[in-house]
Design a protein around this ligand. Structure first.
Ligand SMILES: NC(=O)c1ccc[n+]([C@@H]2O[C@H](COP(=O)([O-])OP(=O)(O)OC[C@H]3O[C@@H](n4cnc5c(N)ncnc54)[C@H](OP(=O)(O)O)[C@@H]3O)[C@@H](O)[C@H]2O)c1
Length: 249
């Protein structure tokens, strides 16, 4: 009984810490820059061999964009196209990141990994390398997938994630996501943080909710295909410029 109580206290303390450490929207919303935004022609996809990343690559090509994929193992990408360039690299290796970022109009990131223990800084250090390269090469637009459950979305992945999965399985991973979000928010690029609910491999429906979404009770879900659709829609939209919308089905 005491152990259970201690665990509940730990889970609540962790949720509060993730709320404080992740990106929180300012009380007074930052007005969009208002600059006329053309649709980017050349985009880099980071995490292109992953579930969301492959959707980003495929859908960006469908939209007629020139796509560069940064991958560690090209065999995991399984997409080939005349408008697709594959660059082999690692987000933790700044030269390969700079090579991939140079000449792009925008960067989309679906970076993720499964090294939940011990604590790591792959998401935050990797994202910092991307941001530094973007600043150096004057690439203006960054759209990055993180997750519901951080900053002002803390607790919004439902009770199961708040009191079981995040405290037991993902505490260090989510903590690194808070550092990743803060690195993005303090950068000089035009960013949008996209926070999905639980990801599925369902089809693209093109119908999903976004903004202040999620539930404190239930785990909301969304397909990787719909997340990719939403992320690509941000490229020529100012609606969520310097904001962190959630997205769920
Ligand atoms: N799973 C969920 O339900 C859920 C819910 C909300 C948010 N999210 C977040 O959404 C994001 C995308 O999730 P996902 O499941 O679609 O992705 P994923 O399948 O786990 O793919 C992650 C991608 O990141 C790449 N990557 C990892 N370390 C790298 C490195 N050092 N350098 C370059 N690339 C690297 C992986 O490359 P390799 O193929 O080489 O490993 C892979 O392409 C993640 O941040 C995840 O935490 C997930």
């Amino acid at each position: 009984m005491t152990l259970l109580l201690l665990f509940l206290l730990y889970a609540i303390a962790l949720t509060v810490a993730l709320a404080v450490a992740g990106y929180r929207s300012p009380e007074t919303p930052v007005a969009p820059a208002g600059a006329a935004r053309g649709r980017p022609a050349r985009v880099l996809v980071v995490g292109a061999s992953g579930g969301t990343g492959r959707q980003l690559v495929a859908q960006a090509l469908e939209r007629g964009l020139e796509v560069t994929a940064l991958v560690r193992k090209p065999s995991r990408l399984t997409i080939s196209h005349p408008r697709l360039t594959v660059i082999v690299g690692d987000v933790l290796d700044p030269p390969s990141v700079a090579e991939a970022v140079a000449g792009q109009d925008a960067v989309l990131s679906a970076l993720g990994h499964k090294r939940f223990y011990p604590p790591s800084r792959i998401l935050s250090d990797g994202t910092r390398n991307v941001l530094r390269a973007m600043e150096a090469h004057r690439v203006p637009r960054f759209v990055c997938e993180t997750s519901l459950g951080i900053g002002d979305s803390a607790g919004r992945l439902g009770l199961y994630y708040t009191f079981f999965t995040i405290p037991l399985v993902l505490p260090f991973y989510y903590w690194d996501k808070t550092r990743q979000e803060r690195a993005i928010a303090s950068s000089s690029v035009e960013w949008t943080i996209v926070r999905p609910g639980l990801l599925t491999n369902g089809p693209k429906r093109g119908r999903y909710r976004h903004g202040r979404v999620g539930s404190f009770l239930w785990t909301v879900r969304v397909s990787r295909a719909d997340v990719a659709d939403f992320m690509l829609n941000q490229l020529d939209s100012d609606t969520y410029l310097r904001a962190a919308p959630g997205v769920c089905g």
